[in-house]
Write a new protein. Structure first.
Length: 163
């Protein structure tokens, strides 16, 4: 038998429990827009911070990241602070219309909350310094999703043997 579980009920129970825990963890971590304004608790921006602020954070020693003009979804497994060196990007929390996104440009210092799922529209190639603080649930989310995909593969193979 290709399935590593004793029976199909064991597998279903494990998946149900894992998915429930992931959902609960993400719903408590995720910060969704609380008002109809353009300000999100999950995205905090300081436009043109002082040199003293940047030096205090030691921004110049953070790693850098670059992305060409594109559109993609990004999940923040931990809190990220970034300093935009060049470019322009529209970032909006999942489910928020494009017209209500946050436009980030050169000179912006931005903090993204752990658990945020956002849609990025890179309008001009983006280049930034960044600093990550991993959250407990963020790293576990990706590990559990990897394990669930592997378990699903075994279940699919198991059902093929039954046909």
């Amino acid at each position: 038998m290709l399935c590593k579980f004793k029976n199909i009920l064991d597998y279903c129970l494990i998946c149900f429990l894992c998915l429930g825990n992931i959902s609960n963890a993400l719903s408590t971590d995720r910060n969704i827009q609380k008002t109809s304004s353009n300000i999100f608790e999950s995205i905090k921006v300081i436009h043109n911070p002082s040199q003293a602020q940047l030096e205090e954070l030691d921004v110049s020693h953070w790693p850098t990241w670059r992305k060409e003009i594109s559109e993609f979804t990004w999940y923040f497994s931990g809190e990220e602070t970034a300093y935009i060196l060049a470019g322009e990007v529209l970032v909006r929390p999942e489910g928020v219309p494009e017209s209500k996104g946050v436009l980030l440009k050169k000179g912006d210092l931005v903090t993204f909350s752990a658990g945020l799922i956002s849609r990025w529209t890179v309008k001009k190639e983006i280049y930034k310094h960044y600093s990550l603080k991993e959250s407990f649930w963020g790293t576990r989310y990706w590990w559990v999703m990897f394990k669930l995909k592997a378990a699903k593969k075994h279940l699919d193979q198991f059902f093929l043997t039954l046909q």
